[in-house]
Design a protein around this ligand. Sequence first.
Ligand code: ZN
Length: 329
Amino acid sequence: MIYSDTKMTEMEEFCKILPKVELHAHINGSVSEDTIQKLLTKKQNLDHQFSFKKGSTATLKQCFEKFRMIHQLTDNVDSVYQVTYDVIHEFNDDNVKYLELRTTPRAVTDTGMTQELYVEAVLRAIQDCESEDLDIRVRLLLAIDRRNGVQRGWETVRLAQKLGTSYGDIIVGIDLSGDPNVPAPVETMDLLSLPPDRIGHGTCLHPEAAGRQEFVDTVLARKTPLELCLTSNLIGQTVPNLDNHQFKFWYEKKHPCIICTDDKGVFSTSLSEEYQLAATTFDLTPSDLWRLSEDSIKHAFCEEKVKEKLREKWKKYKSQIEQQFSLKL
Ligand SMILES: [Zn+2]
């Protein structure tokens, strides 16, 4: 559907005001231009050739460069803290009420940052934001990059257990990540047999995408929620265009779908923009978007009492938004 300009503006406004749940956001990929500039001023010796202006179009090559630069900038605990703190504030400004961040613990010998100190910096930033009384709850998943081997994986699990006890309920899960360009079907089969509580992207499930029909059938039968990231997949070229994005397939089957950003900084997007993109591409109504956002609460990894609070919040926003936009959600 082609939206007229007025309708577009209204949809844009609606998506912005809509209370949202973000369940797939990598801390480093979410770093904004503003934070990059902030960190660059502290790193005099870093090559500035990678700086990006706000709103510049991101090509895949530029995105990789941006990832590389962020990697260089976040080699110490202070930067890791700053990045996490800013990312939470930015999601809060975008009306995200519940945020699950994910990150791979990283050690840098030169700066004395160990994996444990890295995760602690992230946890401190989350706690500090919480004490500021922002209208957002934040939880954390520690990521295991499958390419780094079994031993490193176990270290991450132990770290999650250890810091999970000392930092209350913040760490809620483990993310098994890896390069989707080397998805041996056997590996996908192993991962599905765990079974996972949610699946990120789900780009390699279909037979046309190096997957198998039985993967699709298993995910459908188990109703495993999918975290779907439109802009990321488009720029990352895992789909040729948005009309062919897997969202359509799963959404039409009424499968649990969660709209997520993946790397809002690197891909120059926001969760509001992702909702808007889904609406315009797949012809979704404000009520459809409302349902997608409200249903996402169900799939969060936080405790039930946090979900209850979020549902109450959604109820409150519902009547406000219905009034403001003169519609029935
Ligand atoms: Zn991701």
